[in-house]
Design a protein around this ligand. Structure first.
Ligand code: ADE
Length: 252
């Protein structure tokens, strides 16, 4: 797939592009990524990309011309294969499902808004507005990195086989706790079951801890998760009060 990032601050992406997963994706031919500098689309000696808002008020608003010209150059309408996404706190909230959807498309264009926002007319050229959470960043650049990272690691051959399958959100639950050497660190011991070599017991323990975490930390996710009969049984055990720190057992 190809990802184009349109930004006023291309230098912010320097070390991001050098990250191991992105570089691997590019090396494997799974990804082509370009960072497009909006200044290249702002003619004249001032090269201004933003201007003060009509109606007054503080801050600067990104102008139509540089952004729309860059979109026309990067994603020509012919073929219509590009998905144009603007990063803004006013968008719908990005999630793993959306990352999986984006990993299937051939060209993703991420437009980073800045300052007080973009001229509203720019949104006519945008397919979708996305936010990475309910807080306000100074610009869409960190949000574009979040989205690109979440998508690229799902591309074929980028991660080791299966590594993305079991982690948090992929099955609608939070991930179980992980441990590595040493088995005893300063008196803090790794749970015995993980050292037992009994794969069936380990699988059940992991599923239980995954359910426990989700129940304690994000009970609303359980309502949407696909649960097996075994999961229901584990949840009943947890509900009986087995070391459950808190959290409300959702009605099923
Ligand atoms: N730009 C500023 N805040 C943002 C957010 N939370 N998500 C995406 N883009 C943003």
């Amino acid at each position: 797939m190809k990802i184009s990032i349109i930004t006023m601050f291309p230098e912010m992406f320097g070390s991001f592009l050098q990250g191991p997963v992105l570089r691997r994706a590019v090396r494997k031919g799974a990804l082509e990524i370009e960072v497009v500098d909006l200044k290249d689309y702002a003619p004249g000696s001032f090269r201004h990309i933003d201007d003060s808002p009509f109606g007054g008020g503080r801050g600067m608003v990104m102008r139509c011309q540089p952004v729309i010209d860059s979109l026309r150059a990067v994603a020509p309408a012919a073929g219509g294969k590009s998905r144009i996404v603007a990063l803004t706190p006013a968008g719908s909230v990005f999630c793993q499902k959306k990352a999986r959807e984006f990993a299937q498309i051939s060209h993703l264009v991420l437009v980073c808004g800045h300052y007080e926002g973009m001229d509203e007319r720019i949104y006519r050229f945008v397919d979708e507005e996305l936010s990475i959470g309910d807080y306000v960043l100074t610009g869409g650049e960190p949000a574009a990195m979040v989205v690109a990272d979440a998508v690229v690691r799902l591309l074929p051959d980028v991660l080791r086989e299966g590594s993305a399958d079991e982690e948090s959100f992929e099955n609608g639950l939070l991930e179980y706790p992980q441990y590595t050497q040493p088995a005893d660190y300063d008196g803090m011991k790794v749970p015995d079951v993980l050292l037992s070599g009994n794969h069936a017991l380990i699988r059940r323990w992991r599923r239980k801890e995954s359910l426990r975490r989700t129940l304690e930390r994000r009970p609303e996710l359980l309502a949407k998760a696909e649960l097996s009969e075994e999961d229901e049984e584990i949840l009943r055990e947890l509900k009986m009060g087995e070391n459950l720190k808190g959290g409300i057992f959702p009605p099923r």
